[in-house]
Design a protein around this ligand. Structure first.
Ligand SMILES: Cc1ncc(COP(=O)(O)O)c(C=O)c1O
Length: 469
């Protein structure tokens, strides 16, 4: 395999085409950069624009691949341990949409953990599915979801068409996934995995296993997040023995992806795959060493502690001991130290390391954390969001005629939008769910506490979109 993995069929075909073509009488209209805005051409350099091409001779077709794209995808499948791999130019979002559309028929039920990313909810809306929500376990100190509750998952499986898992969570927690896949398979269902944050897992034994190695049927990975490819480029895989038919998945990918997929994005997948396959282990060894050093150095700082995570390169820094919130700490680090972290919550900062980081970045983080001002007292953790009462399928509610109503007059109405405060990043309400007094109390609490609210049309949540009656 090592020999094959040296090859970059798509990137090579693009550079050869750019060198050979004398008269590119086709789109894109910038014509290999010649008609691109000058400062853009200077900024990117001539090479990037010269391979920003579309289906030209020898460059294959993402939607019916037979040539260099087919070969590049086969190399990706071999490198990631998949049966089939597909290039995505619409991020993991597009892959989850296609996979869920491929696995289920309209009106069917699907088991979904309550901490699933909003792209999964998007898939339920597109596919017209009924969610059977799976409870999640919590880290009670930080107030973040850690994984699916296996008893709740078991209860959600009978009669469902498929089940979704998140591996790892945004915070690098990957507990119980093997057991969860076992439960799903024993129920005879396909396990569909959102592995957005795990594209690097197959390439170092100290990282959690990739779910392809655990028998998952369909897996989507944001190679752009941790694998080194360009933003928006991802991979959708079918596992060996997958219960999902490649032809059906390809059909759904045709539906959700552009007819003009970016060759720059696809070439970046081809090259990132080669690097991971041939040099991924050394690269992630360096990142892991840096992560272990980061943990030691941060743990030595007063009031700060790095939580253990299954993926050690996710530095989940508990800031409660400094009497501050993660939000304030993140703002301060950016304003005063030029350090930008991946995410912040009430109780934590999340810093992400990769082979692209070195001692220099780590030193900047440590120097910033050393000077981080102490606050007035530890933040009060949110309670767990109330359990939802599902009335309509998300599609019906989301696409219904809707109207905004003030929170004070919303009790009993059916939500037509998602509201997910961070943390814990779990929907308090999803389209189709009843706005009960408990749900509204929780939302008021979240709005007053100034949590970042994902989803609502009115971000201050003075009003909420409900299904018109
Ligand atoms: C857990 C999870 N799933 C899916 C996605 C969507 O991935 P993408 O941005 O590649 O579309 C994200 C993005 O942040 C995510 O965090």
């Amino acid at each position: 395999m090592a020999q094959d993995q040296e090859r970059t069929p798509l990137f090579t075909a693009l550079t050869e085409y750019a060198a050979r073509v004398r008269a590119p009488l086709h789109v894109p209209g910038h014509k290999l950069g010649r008609a691109a805005p000058p400062e853009w051409r200077d900024f990117l350099g001539p090479s990037a624009l010269a391979i920003d091409l579309t289906e030209a001779p020898g460059l294959d077709d993402l939607h019916a691949p037979e040539g260099v794209i087919a070969e590049a995808q086969e190399l990706a499948a071999a490198a990631f341990g998949a049966w089939r791999s597909y290039f995505l130019v619409g991020g993991t979002t597009a892959g989850l949409h296609a996979l869920i559309l491929a696995a289920c028929r309209p009106g069917e039920t699907i088991a979904v953990p309550r901490n699933a990313h909003r792209s999964v909810l998007g898939a339920l809306i597109l596919a017209g599915l009924r969610p059977r929500w799976v409870r999640v376990t919590f880290d009670a100190e930080l107030g973040i979801a850690t994984g699916p509750d296996l008893a709740s998952l078991s209860a959600a499986l009978p009669g469902a068409a498929a089940a979704v898992l998140v591996h790892p969570t945004y915070y690098g927690i990957a507990a119980d996934t093997a057991a969860a896949i076992g439960l799903i398979h024993r129920a005879g269902l396909p396990a569909l995995v959102d592995e957005a944050h795990g594209a690097h897992f197959p390439f170092h034994p100290a990282l959690p296993p990739s779910t392809l190695s655990l028998g998952a049927d369909g897996v989507v990975q944001s190679l752009h997040k941790t694998g080194g490819s360009l933003t928006q480029s991802s991979l959708c895989h079918l596992g060996h023995g997958s219960r999902i038919l490649p032809e059906r998945l390809q059909e759904m990918l045709r539906l959700v992806q552009s007819t003009s997929p970016s060759y720059l994005l696809m070439a970046s997948l081809d090259l990132a795959r080669r690097e991971l396959a041939l040099r991924g282990r050394e690269a992630w060894e360096r990142a892991l060493e840096l992560a272990h050093e980061a943990r030691r150095r941060i743990d030595a700082l007063p009031g700060l502690r790095v939580r253990p995570t299954d993926d050690p390169t996710k530095l989940l820094i508990d800031v409660r001991g400094r009497g501050t919130t993660g939000f304030r700490a993140a703002d301060w680090l950016w304003e005063e130290a030029g350090v930008a972290v991946e995410a912040a919550g009430l109780t934590y900062l999340l810093a992400v390391l990769s082979p692209g980081d070195s001692r220099e970045q780590l030193d900047a983080l440590i120097a910033g954390l050393e000077r981080l001002p102490a606050g007035e007292g530890a933040p009060v953790l949110p309670p767990e969001p109330p359990w939802p009462e599902v009335i309509l399928p998300p599609r019906e509610a989301y696409l219904a005629r809707k109207e905004p109503v003030p929170l004070g007059r919303a009790e009993g109405r059916i939500a037509a939008e998602l509201v997910a405060p961070y943390p814990p990043g779990i929907p308090v309400v999803a389209p189709g769910e009843r706005l009960t007094a408990d749900v509204l109390d929780y939302l008021r609490h979240a709005a007053r506490a100034g949590w970042h609210l994902q989803g609502p049309a009115d971000p201050q949540l003075r009003s909420i979109q409900v299904v018109e009656e």
